[in-house]
Design a protein around this ligand. Structure first.
Ligand SMILES: [Zn+2]
Length: 272
């Protein structure tokens, strides 16, 4: 029996994770085992979950995250491919439970699939989301080609310049990624420095660029996180396409962008 059989709504959330993993592969953002997904699923826990035996020894998170005590997460497995996760989410990821000391986790289902090496940064952000009372539950790391390419260009090495260019490509970028994009200068993958810098940016942005690497995004669910990255990357593709046609794209004027912000009452902070 799979843990997916214990709760229909929970099975739907995991099916959504699989759907997004498939999109990431199709878009070329998830080469080999690239990218990570973590989703908080505590609200779906049945009494049965509490009595499920751990399939692993408690594993140290590397830091203490008090808000996470007793919470459950779906986490993509280390060395697992997005394209495999798309057809078998519980064979390429696992449900973990944070132990009472809030410094360890144990795998409870379906198989002892070790979570991603990036789990500490995902859990640090999850801890922040709970602490700030946010309704956001999903974190995503992926390698969107055109956004990563943009992060190599010196003139875009700041949140403001990258956000302005992306917003100015089509009005919908502004409407569907209203907080813009954060900026984290290059850090070693999996490092505490990268996690700390990401945490700072995620307090202001739903999507943040990791220079010359990828993006880290948060969302109310995994589809929401994916959509925001998709919207921003689409703008980067339009920018690139215009350049490929031989010129510098004009972009919407500051006034045109201000009008969109006002007419559509776009939020300047997370809605929840
Ligand atoms: Zn990566």
């Amino acid at each position: 029996m799979s843990i997916l059989d214990t709760n229909k709504e929970f099975a739907y959330v995991i099916a959504q994770v699989a759907e997004v993993a498939g999109y990431i592969w199709q878009k070329g953002w998830g080469e080999r085992n690239g990218g990570n997904i973590t989703v908080r699923v505590t609200e779906f826990a049945t009494p049965q979950w509490a009595s499920m035996p751990a399939l692993s020894e408690p594993i140290a998170i590397g830091t203490t995250l008090p808000m996470l005590k007793g919470h459950y997460f779906y986490a993509k497995g280390t060395q697992k491919r997005m394209r495999d996760l798309a057809r078998d989410p519980m064979g390429n990821g696992a449900i973990i439970r944070i132990t009472d000391d809030a410094a360890h986790y144990e795998i409870i289902a379906d198989n002892p699939v070790m979570p991603t090496s990036e789990l500490p940064s995902h859990l640090m952000v999850q801890n922040y989301l709970l602490e700030s009372g946010s309704c956001y539950k999903a974190t995503l790391h992926t390698h969107p080609i055109e956004l990563v390419a943009m992060s190599h260009l010196p003139r875009f090495k700041a949140s403001q310049s990258m956000t302005r260019t992306l917003w100015s490509m089509i009005p919908e970028t502004l409407a569907f990624a209203p907080l813009g994009i954060g900026w984290v200068p290059y850090e070693v993958p999996g490092s505490m420095e990268l996690a700390q810098a990401t945490l700072k940016q995620i307090q202001h942005y739903d999507v943040t660029m990791w220079e010359k690497h990828g993006v880290f995004a948060v969302g109310q669910d995994i589809m929401d996180a994916f959509d925001q990255v998709d919207v921003l990357n689409k703008a980067a593709i339009i920018f690139m396409s215009a350049r490929a046609m031989g010129g510098e794209p004009e972009g919407l004027s500051d006034q045109a962008m201000k009008d969109v912000q006002e007419i559509f009452h776009l939020p300047k902070s997370r809605p929840c």
